[in-house]
Design a protein around this ligand. Structure first.
Ligand code: NAP
Length: 506
């Protein structure tokens, strides 16, 4: 598939560059900085997307000199971006890095930061990135406020990117929002959900609202149900300390899957702006009804992986992972059936599932359409007829596919399902930006469209917190299991089978 009628694609790209910016990374010695942020900055720099006046101030407790931090930058490019050379881009960016060693609880750290910002050019834009454990967010926000580093000076700006997880339940998310709002205005706050930075997720908005053919059928009259799947093959990967306190519901559903649901379900915004797009997403989220947890007919299923085989490798069960208790009831799999009570979606279930140690790494949104009202080929075609399906592949093969029935060539009227595929990688040659590149740039530009707003985060927590609490109260150790390498537990199949449907085979 080629971009239709778009031969001057490169000339058509409008790529604004932010004004002078200093990026202050709290947690500069950590994993996220090494794996995602530094490589993203390098790619942005290579693409000339960073401002001419740009600096990075890294902050961590590990004692590093500026040179050590620059060395860490080079190592991170080697390990995570396959950049081994010593080109102008690496040298130029490296020269803009500096490091301050200190504890986030120490007021002196903020004095040193203020001095450093003044040296760099204090009146310009400053973007704080909280790449630190969530338990430290509040200290940094309070100290930035107390040191007068949160308020926007004359012609500059101050913004803060807050990493996930944003709270652990409704009460903690509310408290964090309140604290942030004491020191920053909402338009200064960028709550990251890296799913929103993914190309296909943004393309979902374009698919729906730049084309005239989908929107008229994007409703209960034509759509039977929606399935959103986020499947991982990995297990807890040494992150048990975090995951034990989170679980799949809070780690994946509250943020990523709810964002995807809102993008599928939202009404058309009147313009493409942060306020309007996020208003419409909020409307959709508000239509989601509380999850029923009533006995056999509960609309939520949790499970935990047991030992098994994934990608031809034998893997241990969750309870045997280092750092996980033998009686842990932390769920590594969740399936939900959600109901949206509004005119567009009444009667159309949204099925969500996510899990670790599933057979395949894939995230997709599948829109399943109704069957035609009269199936005139049913009797003549020996092959079963399928209903239309639109699949938005979020990762790893970003793209969109449509399934429809076609005649098999031959003298008989035989019908078979065929796919029409659009793949980003083949249609648009060149690199698809990493989510962190898009999001870092948007935050520097002050565009919050692809970030979570305070009300969205709280409403989403309001939906999942009762489910989590009910599971906690349940308190026994009999969480259902699924063998690693299988598509989740029997209970999840039953959840969707009750409606006469089944999960897609991926
Ligand atoms: N890693 C990922 O891929 C990923 C993905 C999504 C979200 N996140 C989120 O990103 C944040 C950081 O994660 P991470 O994986 O990078 O964690 P990490 O590897 O443990 O790094 C944490 C960083 O915070 C610093 N830090 C911790 N306490 C501090 C304090 N009191 N004062 C100053 N610095 C302090 C650490 O400094 P020292 O090591 O020098 O003490 C380190 O630089 C977390 O909120 C996490 O949930 C991470």
């Amino acid at each position: 598939m080629v971009p239709a009628g778009n031969p001057l694609l490169d000339n058509l790209r409008i790529e604004p560059t932010p004004g002078a910016t200093t990026l202050v990374i709290f947690g500069a010695s950590g994993d996220l900085t090494r794996r995602k942020l530094l490589p993203a900055l390098h790619t942005l720099s290579r693409g000339q997307r960073l401002p001419a006046r740009f600096a990075v101030v890294g902050i961590g407790r590990t004692e590093l000199s500026d040179d050590d931090f620059r060395q860490q930058f080079r190592e991170s490019l080697r390990e995570h971006a396959e950049v081994t050379g010593d080109d102008d881009v690496v040298r130029s960016l490296e020269g803009r890095l500096s490091y301050i060693c200190g504890d986030t609880g120490d007021p002196a750290l903020y004095e040193r930061l203020a001095e450093r910002l003044k040296e760099i050019g204090g009146a310009d834009g400053v973007l704080y990135y909280l790449a630190i454990p969530p338990g430290v967010y509040s200290t940094v926000v309070e100290r930035l406020g107390a040191a007068g580093l949160a308020g926007t000076p004359g012609r500059g700006w101050r913004r803060v990117i807050v990493e996930k997880p944003f709270g652990t339940d409704l009460a903690s998310a509310r408290a964090l929002n309140e604290l942030l709002h004491r020191h920053f205005e909402e338009d200064q706050i960028f709550r990251i959900d890296h799913y929103l930075g993914k190309e296909t997720v943004q393309n979902l908005l374009v698919l729906r609202f730049a084309n005239g053919m989908f929107e008229p059928i994007w409703n209960r009259r034509y759509i039977d149900h929606v399935q959103i799947t986020a499947a991982e093959t990995v297990g807890v990967e040494g992150r048990a300390a975090y995951y034990e306190g989170a679980g799949a519901l809070r780690d994946m559903v509250q943020n990523h899957l709810m964002q995807l649901l809102a993008l599928v379900a939202m009404e058309p915004p009147v313009e493409f702006s942060a306020g309007t797009v996020r208003d419409r997403k909020m409307d959709a989220l508000k239509a989601v009804q509380p999850v029923s947890l009533e006995g056999e007919n509960a609309d939520a299923v949790r499970a935990q992986y047991r030992a098994g085989w994934v990608e031809r490798r034998e893997v241990p069960g969750y309870r045997s992972e280092p750092g996980v208790g033998v009686e842990s009831t932390t769920e590594t799999y969740v399936a939900l059936r959600l109901r949206l009570d509004n005119w567009r979606w009444a009667g159309v279930p949204f099925y969500l599932r996510t899990g670790k140690r599933l057979p395949k790494r894939t995230t997709e949104i599948a829109i399943q359409f109704h069957r035609p009202p009269l199936e005139i080929f049913r009797r003549v075609s020996p092959t079963p007829l399928m209903s239309n399906l639109l699949v938005i592949n979020v990762q790893p093969d970003e793209g969109i596919s449509m399934r429809f029935d076609a005649k098999i060539p031959g003298t008989r009227m035989q019908v078979a399902p065929v796919m029409m595929n659009f793949r980003y990688g083949t249609t648009f040659p060149g690199e698809v930006p990493e989510a962190y590149e898009t999001l870092l740039l948007d935050a520097m530009l002050g565009d919050a469209t692809l970030f979570a707003r305070h009300d969205f985060v709280e409403t989403s927590w309001a939906l999942v917190t009762p489910v989590h609490e009910a599971w906690e109260e349940h308190g026994d150790t009999s969480i259902p299991g699924y063998e690693a390498g299988e598509w989740g537990p029997q209970e999840a199949d039953s959840l969707i089978a009750r409606d006469g449907r089944r999960w897609r085979t991926l």
